[in-house]
Design a protein around this ligand. Structure first.
Ligand SMILES: Cc1cc2nc3c(=O)[nH]c(=O)nc-3n(C[C@H](O)[C@H](O)[C@H](O)COP(=O)(O)OP(=O)(O)OC[C@H]3O[C@@H](n4cnc5c(N)ncnc54)[C@H](O)[C@@H]3O)c2cc1C
Length: 413
């Protein structure tokens, strides 16, 4: 009988399984439950910044069928600047990527039960009982919650979570070639309009279309499809207002809606206050929490699962049902330290003085130098935080602290 139930077969659950196998857990001790049947759709921009490409490459190699961009661009009414990472970014249709990750688990001999929704998780002697299907019940020594933004595992176990944001997104087509499909665009103008988040314009590598060729020739914006959306990193703006903002944003950039409608989905952000462990139970992936600043989730899901699988293997070897310091231990990893750094930035940029911090972001000369350098990776600047602070303090001493005064929206907003 399998000892460990993994609830959720997205990148969090499948990478947990692949890391656990690498750590020496036997495939027959693992079983994945997912309510969906794969390939299943997932509302997502599908972009992995370089931190994610490196993690995915280490786990599985580069899955075929994706696209690629070469840089990011941060924009707003205050101007724009390029963010050149030390590697490229990969783009995927999530149905395709997640199916390849889950298939790797099946190929490794792990049982996957698709179309199987877990309805409840209850504490049982020496483990947990899962309720699923038509009142079927099964007991496991360990349950791993990899069930995403509003997961049942964390809720059933009464674990305190982080902030839940609200996002909307849809597929669009470009009507002119002013944007470069080899760039991921992040636009912070929502903050100007009181929405604590940003909007994105990403090329969409729908299978069989031009942007899905990994290293093809340079393309024009009108050669393929795009995904446009907006993230409210605090979940305080209604879905209707986010859809209206996205429609105006699309018009301003010359995009036409291809999907029938603009859809919404929540995101759950990592927080130092979030709980992710009870005896015999732990959370990973978005169920624990993802990057609170840009909402990047695939890379954090893979990295959290690397950590979670290692800690669970340690507990199994020691014959223990508890993992001492599970949440705090993450902060000693590169991912954990950087999630905390991103969380601090999000608290500021999406907080009451957001416009001041937006001015800091667009006027921080040393940060812009780093962004242009091509030596760094998005989401990996924590080790430079003191230098970033110190250099900005010098800049402020010379030029003064930026204000939190209102900013003027872009003409068409
Ligand atoms: C609009 C939008 C755009 C995004 N864009 C990006 C982006 O460009 N790049 C990026 O890195 N991240 C992006 N994200 C975030 C990213 O999609 C997620 O963080 C990522 O999918 C997290 O992976 P996960 O495996 O933890 O969770 P999920 O991918 O959500 O997987 C959870 C799985 O659990 C299953 N499940 C849930 N409940 C149950 C249950 N009760 N029983 C059985 N199965 C269950 C679900 O079917 C699902 O397959 C975006 C998110 C949104 C909403």
């Amino acid at each position: 009988m399998a000892k460990i139930a993994i609830v959720g077969g997205g990148p969090g659950g499948s990478s947990f399984v692949l890391w656990a196998l690498r750590a020496g857990v036997q495939p027959e001790d693992l079983v994945i439950f997912d309510k969906a049947r794969f390939p299943r759709p997932k509302l997502c921009g599908g972009a992995l910044t370089t931190r994610g490409t490196e993690a995915l490459d280490e786990l599985l190699g580069r899955p075929p069928g994706g696209g690629e961009t070469r840089r990011l661009e941060f924009r707003s009414v205050l101007g724009s600047f390029p963010v050149q990472e030390r590697g490229s970014q990969w783009l995927y249709d999530r149905a395709l990527l997640d199916d390849q990750l889950l298939s790797a688990c099946v190929a490794a001999g792990v049982e996957v039960r698709q179309g199987c929704a877990v309805r409840e998780v209850e504490a049982a002697p020496e483990g947990w009982r899962l309720r699923f299907g038509r009142d079927e019940v099964e007991r496991f020594e360990w349950v791993v919650g990899a069930d995403g933004a509003r997961g049942i595992v964390g809720r059933s176990a009464g674990l305190r979570g982080g902030v839940v944001g609200r996002l909307v997104e849809a597929v669009f087509e470009a009507t002119d070639d002013s944007l470069d499909p080899a760039t991921l665009y992040f636009d912070f103008d929502p903050i100007v309009d009181g929405i604590p988040g940003y909007a994105w314009l990403f090329a969409y590598p729908k299978p069989g279309t031009a942007f899905a060729a990994e290293a093809g020739p340079p393309l024009r914006a009108t050669d393929g499809l795009w995904k446009l959306g907006i993230m409210d990193g605090r979940g305080v703006t209604g879905g209707g207002a986010l859809r209206d903002w996205t429609s105006r944003f699309a018009d301003r950039h010359g995009f036409r809606l291809v999907d029938e409608k603009i859809q919404g989905w929540p995101e759950h952000y990592w927080s130092p206050r979030a709980e992710a462990h009870r005896p015999g139970l732990l959370l990973t992936g978005e169920a624990w929490g993802i990057d609170p600043l840009l909402g990047e989730g695939i890379a954090p899901a893979i990295e959290l699962s690397r950590y979670a699988a290692g800690r669970l293997k340690g507990a199994l070897d020691a014959g223990r049902a508890t993992i001492p310091g599970y949440e705090a231990g993450l902060l000693r990893t590169e991912e954990g330290a950087n999630l905390r750094f991103q969380w601090r930035l999000a608290e500021r940029l999406y907080g009451p003085n957001g416009r001041r911090w937006m001015r800091v972001l667009f006027d921080h000369r040393y940060m812009r130098e780093l962004a242009a350098s091509g030596t760094e990776r998005y989401g990996r600047l924590q080790r430079l935080q003191w230098r970033l602070i110190w250099r900005y303090v010098l800049q402020v001493l010379r030029g003064g602290l930026p204000s939190n005064a209102p900013l003027l929206s872009s003409p068409a907003e």
